[in-house]
Write a protein that binds this ligand. Structure first.
Ligand SMILES: Cc1cc2nc3c(=O)[nH]c(=O)nc-3n(C[C@H](O)[C@H](O)[C@H](O)COP(=O)(O)OP(=O)(O)OC[C@H]3O[C@@H](n4cnc5c(N)ncnc54)[C@H](O)[C@@H]3O)c2cc1C
Length: 443
């Protein structure tokens, strides 16, 4: 039987994971072509931070080497940026003129770093933090230059700052918020984090709005000016002020996008032949920026590409960890709390520990941990599974793992039934009337 043609745009973490899942389910269904703008096979982007900090090497973070593609007869088009999707002819074209026709198209183009709309961003020495090339640029700059400014005190910014410091630069983190990682940590945890990073030699300029990057003699950045006209020196500026889904290519092809490529619960776009996964996709109003949800999307998308058509992606609970050796933090869910929630807090600023749990209607809905993350996995599981924690409330802060499981067993069938009702039902997950079939996806 003649194989169908599957083309994938974007050779990154979510896309290749989708291929891996697809090849498990239907290894013979497609002739596969992959276009990747980067010159590398798929690598673990998450581990760029340990590479920057000198803890790992580039070749150690490759996930699928060139042999992996060759052994599966995948036509790999590296260093080729797709510039056009022609939906009428079902063909994609790359910047160098190379083309591929498709029966199914998978868009997995990830995100772009958000570059602040201020003067000076075109100067040499101003970069985002997204890929191997950016990491290499930072490593080179650390050999030849001294002063780095990282704009953005979120996860990416702090990991960039930590890596540059480890490579000997003087690093200042500029952040518009009151404390670092304010989207993941409450104030108490954020302040502990800032202190710990300051103790390692990082400088922070909080509540600062960057207004301009000032160039020096040879077109290289020389300083950063804030909105209050204060100026600090910089010969490397890393923009880590957020990401934007890379959906322009899809939008230009007339595929509906709104802060990402709009997809349904099967990861199908409005064009039934075209799917999108990863950071470029907007599912039910959310474009995820962490890898765990993207791998869940990959599994569902593969199921539909394999034409099994029975799984749905319903969204994910996310959690955050910072990859700075020696700093333990974790946050997930609604960690700030608010109306209708109760919080349990343990704070030991001298010992560098802060733990906050947020409960709503007897269900754990959020956790923010700094300094002691031993129970992070357990809390995360309770939140994902919507477990009732009323019987173990007094034990939640201290080693809940062993006690928690016992409490659920002790609680008897009535309690277990209640818990079960809150879990996503297998029927809804496996529902056969998936949006894919409504779109009538056919080859
Ligand atoms: C430094 C860093 C640290 C991170 N740390 C964490 C972490 O600790 N935990 C976590 O969960 N997540 C982390 N992330 C985020 C995580 O890496 C991403 O969520 C994940 O890589 C997204 O996968 P993706 O496939 O959607 O995009 P990507 O992995 O970015 O892959 C997209 C690929 O598509 C290519 N592409 C784009 N446009 C085109 C085109 N037109 N033609 C061809 N190719 C194209 C891009 O070059 C890229 O290679 C981190 C990210 C970075 C940058």
């Amino acid at each position: 039987m003649k194989k169908l043609k599957l083309v994938m745009i974007g050779n990154g973490m979510a896309g290749v994971r989708t291929l891996e899942e697809l090849l498990k389910l239907a290894p013979e269904l497609y002739d596969i072509t992959v276009f990747g703008a980067e010159p590398h096979p798929n690598y673990n982007r998450i581990l760029l931070s340990p590479v920057l900090a000198g803890e790992q090497q580039f070749d150690e973070i490759v996930l699928n080497d060139l042999d992996w593609y060759a052994e599966r007869n995948i036509r790999l088009m590296l260093n080729r940026t797709v510039v056009e999707i022609d939906r009428g002819k079902r063909r994609v074209t790359a910047a160098d003129g190379s083309e591929a026709e498709y029966d199914r198209l998978l868009i997995a183009t990830g995100s772009n770093p958000f570059i602040l709309p201020i003067p000076g961003t075109q100067l040499d020495g101003v970069i985002g933090y997204r890929d191997i090339a950016d990491t290499q640029t930072m490593m080179n700059a650390a050999r030849t230059h001294k002063r780095a400014v990282v704009i953005g005190g979120g996860l990416l910014g702090l990991e960039a700052a930590n890596g540059l410091k480890a490579r000997g630069m003087d690093v200042t983190v500029v952040h518009v918020g009151e404390w670092p990682m304010e989207r993941q940590l409450d104030k108490a945890a954020g302040i502990l984090l800032q202190r710990a990073l300051e103790a390692r030699g990082l400088n922070f300029r909080m509540k600062k709005q960057t207004a301009e990057l000032i160039g020096g003699g040879q077109g290289r950045v020389q300083a950063v000016r804030f909105a209050n006209n204060e100026v600090i020196d910089a010969d490397l500026v890393v923009m880590a002020a957020g990401i934007r889904p890379n959906s322009e290519l899809a939008a230009n092809a007339g595929i509906p996008c709104d802060r990402g490529i709009l997809v349904n619960d099967t990861l199908q776009t409005y064009d039934p032949r075209i799917y999108a996964v990863g950071e470029c996709a907007n599912h039910r109003g959310t474009a995820y920026g962490l890898v765990a949800p993207l791998f869940e999307q990959a599994e569902v998308c593969a199921n539909h590409l394999a034409m099994l058509g029975f799984s749905r992606y319903l969204g994910s609970v996310t959690s955050t960890k910072l990859k700075v050796t020696g700093i333990d933090l974790f946050s997930t869910g609604d960690f700030m709390g608010g109306e209708g929630t109760e919080t349990i807090t343990l704070s030991d600023p001298i010992g560098g520990v802060h733990k906050k749990l947020v409960i709503k209607d007897d269900i754990l809905v959020g956790a923010c941990l700094y300094g002691d993350t031993a129970d992070a996995g357990w809390y995360f599981r309770q939140i994902c599974e919507h477990r009732n924690v009323s019987r173990i409330r007094d034990h939640l802060m201290f080693d809940p793992a062993s006690y928690g499981e016992q409490a659920i067993v002790d609680a008897g069938p009535q309690y277990r039934d209640k818990t079960a009702q809150r879990l996503p039902s297998p029927a809804s997950w496996m529902g056969r009337t998936s949006p894919a079939s409504r779109h009538g996806a056919t080859a």
